[in-house]
Design a protein around this ligand. Sequence first.
Ligand SMILES: *Cc1c(COP(=O)(O)O)cnc(C)c1O
Length: 371
Amino acid sequence: MTLTKIEPQNLRTPGPTPIPDDIVDEMSLPMINHRGPEFKELIEATTGGLKQVFMTNNDLYILTSSGTGALEAAVVNTLSPGDKVIAATAGSFGDRFVQIAEGYGADVIRMDFEWGDAIDPEAIRAELHKDPDIKAVLVTHNETSTGVTHDLESIARVVKGEFNKLLLVDAVSSLGCIPLPVDGWNCDVVATGSQKGFMIPPGLAFISISARGWEAYEDAKMPRFYFDLMAAERSLSRGQTPWTPNVALLYGLRLGLDHIIGEGLENVYERHAEVADYCRAGVKALGLELLANDESRASNTVTGIKMPEDIDGGRLMSMMREDEGVVLAGGQGKLTGHCFRIGHLGWVTKDDITEVLEALERVLPKVGFKS
Ligand SMILES: *Cc1c(COP(=O)(O)O)cnc(C)c1O
């Protein structure tokens, strides 16, 4: 089988993200027995490293799935069909969390915010006041489809501090890039994926669960098998996973975590903040408009940009890819065709974004954009 040769590219999708060469090499280490002593060392080291990045002493598990698997795990391990939950959404990923909860039979009170807006913690407070039967609140930390970071700290203060409800968090495009002190904010279940901030390929998901989350597990009646966290717990206590894991990705993860912890979490956050600021300033200087309605809530991992009305968006994306070697992401859900996005998370520097901005400057006029 021959495919088009895959050329080096400036991959600026908000996941998957580029992989440093040493991690690429690390992932080609010889295969090992996942029931043997080398694996025990590997799973214990990576789980420990992830707890540092999650800033948590809660239990944490590595699942072989994409990020959505961890979101599904968050739901099925804590809820029962018919449980009343609030799911706040302002984009495609917020909607996905709603779909998972509804798919498993939760009674979802859907709170919709305008795409491009941040979720309003006051509105969540009002909804929790209205109905004492609500069991859990489901929220996305960083809405990748719009490039908005929700104020999880304030949301958590309401959900945990004032009402003491279960808080389930989609942190797929924020964890390890934007501060999310899981214990500091008292988040019960936090889910993320390998291909966003961790500088490794897609295929692993990480999930932390609090003591309160485990209490909910005791009563949770949603069907589960592959993503049963008690199975993960039993196996991990022996240095294993319940099912065959993606061993090669775990090799990469070990080194990726070394890089993150070696750089220092604060420095990693600062780098993402600086690169994102630089990206937003550059995009605006080109005459483009951000999707985020309040720039102070614009994401440090992905910049969402309104597609200019007068241009062919498909052509912009394909010319960026074919002529410039810059791969951007289009819009998702109802934003399809109306926006494009620049990912700047994981292994990213200002130089990567300079390349994107310079390429946009060359290509935009060719697709009819007049700034
Ligand atoms: C990427 C992403 C997901 C989905 O992850 P998959 O790995 O594609 O399953 C979920 N939520 C957010 C916020 C994301 O950015």
